[in-house]
Design a protein around this ligand. Structure first.
Ligand SMILES: [Zn+2]
Length: 538
């Protein structure tokens, strides 16, 4: 399929994408089987080309985060215990953590589709991380996916902005730079009430820099561009007692410290200027530890956004769609609703910090894609769809948990075909939303949550097995298949097939409230375990 046609499909089915477009490229790459074994980095600025080995996992190419940073000559700090790497980009601090899809850029948290991994250090999914860096840092990288070439983009300017902080005894100006200035490339002098800071070899968006507002003793800012240098000028209310200009080795900032008072009262200490020591050691361990601590504090503040605070329980089928019909006329839609309500009641009682949202709480018809829409609209963090299985053979038995994925094995296929066939109950206008979609697209939409969905599915399956042990029911395990009902869910999603209603024994017990309660308890315990693990990881 042409990329253009592929893209055309997306709005047609209302797939949630926003920042997942990058995956399209990845999936296409996967189709054509292009999995380069090395990433070539052309760091620019006269630095030599570097080749990093790429390891592939589930279609995602990973490279060492540390070696990636070193290729560009960026400093890093590894917290071995927390498996967390801080990369000091020229103007931004980026933190990546193993087994974690969250990337912290300057204390803000972003999620990429796949988790970073660990192999003698943090490994990053490079094709997913680069767009994030381009969007939220001052670094610009051009990534050629087909050849796996990464080069410093042309848009990189060495000066990206500045800010002025007024302290009790003076001013601290930080000019954000990604260029390492050598000795003699930064000079400063006072002329007619203006302090000029000349930066040789620097490049900047002059118009943007000029917008910097004065503060305290800095009354006005002006910037001039010459052939070989950028001159940043500050009009000062009066000449300072002392001034120092140096480059902060940890982040590249050019720091201008203007001291107006020798000392200040003890209780104003915290407002005092930082001690300007141009030759201080760039990255003392203590400073790094402090850095890391503050990152943790910020993480703590931000992680609340990611807590599992809303769960959507989706009772399969309903209304004019009865689902499968089993022994004695037993209907899938009734069993699904009964278990869904029992699960919801359990959650309300034992997981009161979580909001429960039902896609249906009575016998009504709901279109498949409306179900995940409900989940997305409610910003649900987990989507659980409940179903009962059917088979032409009355001997088929057992319970299983599915996540969205390419179908593997003929049994998964038959369940998928049956569950997906219910679109026939939708009106023709709605049905066409599902046409022309293939499993690649299905995979793409959930790839970001694949690992979490897998984790949720295995916990649910394991806990159902525990509850149902005495009944001697067959544990059919965790499987993958492309179910429409989960397409478009932007959260970890599973589909539980709680037993075969075409099996005489299972149909009989599935009807009983006590058995339904056991299934609900199994799903609940699995969810509880998942919630704990997930929230510990963020
Ligand atoms: Zn079903």
């Amino acid at each position: 399929m042409k990329r253009r046609d592929f893209l055309k499909l997306l709005p047609a089915i209302g797939v949630y994408l926003s920042s997942w477009q990058e995956l399209i490229g990845r999936e296409l790459q996967e189709i054509i089987g292009n999995r380069p074994q090395a990433l070539t980095i052309l760091p620019g600025s006269g630095r030599r080309e570097v080749s990093l080995p790429v390891s592939w996992d589930d279609g995602v190419g990973y490279v060492s985060a540390d070696r990636f940073a070193k290729a560009f000559d960026y400093n890093t700090y590894l917290n071995q215990q927390k498996r967390k790497l801080v990369i000091y980009f020229p103007n931004n601090k980026v933190v990546v953590s193993a087994d974690n899809p969250f990337v912290v850029i300057d204390s803000k948290i972003y999620q990429i589709p796949s988790s970073c991994t660990w192999n003698n250090g943090v490994q990053i999914p490079v094709a997913q991380l680069v767009p994030l860096l381009n969007r939220f840092t001052n670094t610009r990288l051009d990534f050629d996916k087909s050849r796996f070439y990464l080069s410093a983009g042309k848009r990189v300017l060495s000066i990206s902005g500045m800010d002025i902080n007024s302290k009790a005894n003076g001013e601290v100006i930080r000019i954000h730079s990604n260029k390492r200035f050598r000795k003699g490339e930064i000079t400063s002098d006072m002329r007619n009430g203006w302090l000029h800071v000349d930066l040789y070899g620097a490049t900047a968006d002059i118009a943007e820099l000029k917008k910097t507002r004065g503060s305290g003793h800095v009354r006005e800012v002006n910037v001039f561009e010459f052939r070989k240098l950028i001159s940043v000028a500050f009009r000062l209310s009066k000449e300072p007692l002392s001034r120092e200009v140096y480059q902060d080795q940890s982040n590249g900032d050019i720091v201008v410290v203007l001291r107006y008072k020798e000392s200040i009262a003890q209780n104003d200490k915290k407002e005092e200027l930082e001690d300007p020591r141009p030759n201080r050691k760039p990255e003392t361990e203590k400073a790094k530890e402090k850095d890391d601590l503050s990152i943790d504090k910020q993480l703590e503040r931000e992680r609340e956004r990611w807590l599992i605070d809303t769960v959507v329980i989706d009772a399969g089928h309903g209304g004019r769609d009865p689902g499968a019909i089993g022994v004695g006329g037993i209907r899938e839609k009734d069993l699904a609703l009964a278990v869904a309500l029992k699960l919801g009641a359990l959650m309300k009682r034992k997981m009161s910090d979580v909001r429960v949202v039902y896609t249906r709480s009575d016998d009504r018809f709901i279109e498949l894609r409306r179900r995940t829409q409900i989940a997305n609209e409610n910003k649900a963090k987990v989507f659980i769809s409940i179903h009962a299985n059917a088979n032409r053979s009355s001997r088929a038995s057992g319970f299983e948990t599915y996540l969205l994925g390419e179908e593997k094995g003929s049994q998964a296929r038959s369940v998928m075909e049956r569950e997906n066939s219910v679109i026939k109950f939708e009106d023709p206008g709605s049905q066409k939303h599902y046409q022309g979609i293939n499993s690649i697209l299905v995979r793409m939409t959930q790839a970001g949550f694949q690992k979490q969905s897998e984790h949720l599915a295995s916990n649910v399956q394991e806990n159902m097995a525990k509850r149902l042990r005495s009944l001697n029911m067959k544990n059919r395990g965790v499987k993958q298949a492309p179910f429409w009902v989960m397409v478009g869910a932007s959260m970890p999603s599973i589909l539980v097939e709680m037993g075969f209603i075409t099996n005489k024994h299972e149909a009989r017990i599935l009807k009983t409230a006590s058995h339904q309660q056991k299934i609900a308890e199994g799903i609940f315990s699995g969810l509880q375990r998942f919630k704990k693990d997930y929230e510990n990881a963020i």
